[in-house]
Design a protein around this ligand. Structure first.
Ligand code: NIG
Ligand code: FE
Length: 428
């Protein structure tokens, strides 16, 4: 058992009524304090893998008042960050495509011509499970240093039953080696493989009849995602795949309206998906439907920076004002967002999406947990898992503001120290 004593603890209350529109003449700072559930001079008591108690230092329980419980001093303590949308299990790289895009070729044209995602598919098919596992481990450790204790990882670069299973097995194998939870998501419907170009319905059959049952049977993923957009899968194809996923106990998520308004966010609402991700072209009606159906909007501003599409940003404020929970994520992948820097996403959430620092920080903890339909992570309260990040910062608003470097001085996963710097101070 130990205590973390922090100048500020961000508890991230699960139900937050404050996320609708802010008033520029109002007290933005107090509103943000409520959004993050800030406690000044706080104590977090960790027992084993679990948070035992959270509150003001002066109110800490008798049982931890004696001198025999270690006290870690930090500036800001908050739930471990959750990067709830990545494609981190991949091989190869696509810097040539990056050059072509910047010279004027469009992402979707490259994909429709049989490149893009399909180039990474070639590389993944050639890679062994071992190779995929090793590169994934390195990437996870990189995310961990920033404070990420849960990393969602999608398949979708295999596109045959055996290569999709190989990718998901690599995720399961990496899980054994890293102090960070890997949440596997099956994305067999990421692109139509070249071989099935003129018989796409056969590929959808393969996903539904072979891949989903085998992934479910081997318990390799609890989530099913589809890229529903121009150049990828239609609404009807997506519906069939996600419904099949649900029949096998998989929670639905959708890559929605990234390139065009494909009515994919509407489908997410219709199916009661956990999240609709991207949303760059989603309209007002679908936003209302998402709020109604409690679909989390997962927003990934790195994509706009990386594809040079900052003129088409996801409607973050509209989502928040409609009452949707929002989560920022990296979308880490070799084609549209070659970055693992979730901290920079906090900054971009503020500058591009006009989120407040509190909303941004909430989005990578409580918001992201909601996008995964999890309530054991993402908030600090008695009984939740002791996944925590201790940050060196004068106050929490500083974290999105000073971007491009990690402020984490200690990262705790299931109560154990997963990463720490020499800034960490213990008082015995
Ligand atoms: O989320 N949109 C589809 N999938 C990824 C891109 C994958 C890739 O280009 O390799 C995304 O942007
Ligand atoms: Fe993605």
């Amino acid at each position: 058992m130990y205590i973390i004593r922090a100048n500020q603890a961000l508890t991230m209350p699960r139900n937050c009524q404050e996320l609708s529109n802010y008033d520029l003449d109002g007290d933005l700072q107090s509103r943000d304090d409520r959004i993050v559930g800030a406690i000044d001079d706080a104590a977090v008591v960790v027992d084993g893998e679990t948070i035992e108690w959270v509150g003001a230092w002066d109110d800490r329980p008798e049982s931890v008042r004696g001198g025999d419980v270690g006290v870690l001093q930090t500036d800001v303590v908050m739930p471990g960050w959750i990067d709830c949308h990545t494609h981190a299990v991949f091989a190869g790289e696509r810097s040539d495509e990056f050059m072509w895009r910047n010279a004027g070729k469009e992402y979707v044209d490259i994909l429709e011509a049989g490149g893009g995602i399909l180039n990474t598919v070639d590389a993944v098919r050639q890679a062994s499970t071992d190779e995929l596992e090793r590169t994934l481990i390195r990437r996870v450790l990189e995310s961990l240093r920033q404070g990420v204790t849960t990393l969602e990882v999608k398949s979708g670069y295999g596109l045959t039953t055996s290569d999709e299973l190989k990718s998901l097995k690599a995720v399961a194998a990496a899980q054994e080696e890293v102090p960070c939870e890997l949440v596997a998501c099956f994305l067999g419907a990421h692109a139509v493989p070249r071989k099935y170009r003129d018989r796409r319905s056969e590929y959808v059959d393969l996903v539904c009849q072979e891949m989903i049952p085998q992934v479910a049977e081997r318990d390799l993923a609890n989530y099913c995602d589809v890229f529903c957009d121009r150049g990828a899968f239609s609404v009807d194809e997506s519906r069939r795949i996600l419904e099949t996923g649900s029949e096998h106990g998989m929670i639905a998520r959708i890559h929605a309206d990234e390139i065009t308004d494909a009515s994919a966010a509407m489908l997410a609402a219709e199916l009661g998906a956990a999240s609709a991700d991207h949303l760059e072209h989603t309209g007002d009606e679908a936003i209302e439907a998402m709020a109604e159906a409690d679909v989390v909007g997962v927003l990934m501003p790195a994509v706009n920076l990386f594809l040079g599409t900052v003129d088409h940003l996801a409607p973050a404020r509209k989502l928040l004002n409609a009452g949707c929970e929002v989560a920022l994520a990296t979308d880490f992948n070799p084609g549209s967002a070659m970055t693992q820097d979730l901290g920079t996403m906090l900054m971009l959430g503020c500058t591009l999406y006009k989120m407040t620092p509190g909303e941004a920080l909430r989005s990578v903890t409580a918001g992201a947990a909601r996008a995964l339909r999890r309530d054991d992570i993402g908030t600090l309260r008695a009984g939740t898992r002791a996944d925590l990040v201790c940050l060196e910062a004068p106050h929490y608003r500083y974290i999105p503001y000073h971007f491009g470097q990690s402020h984490a001085e200690a990262v705790i996963y299931r109560g154990d120290f997963a990463y720490w710097t020499d800034q960490v101070e213990w008082e015995e």
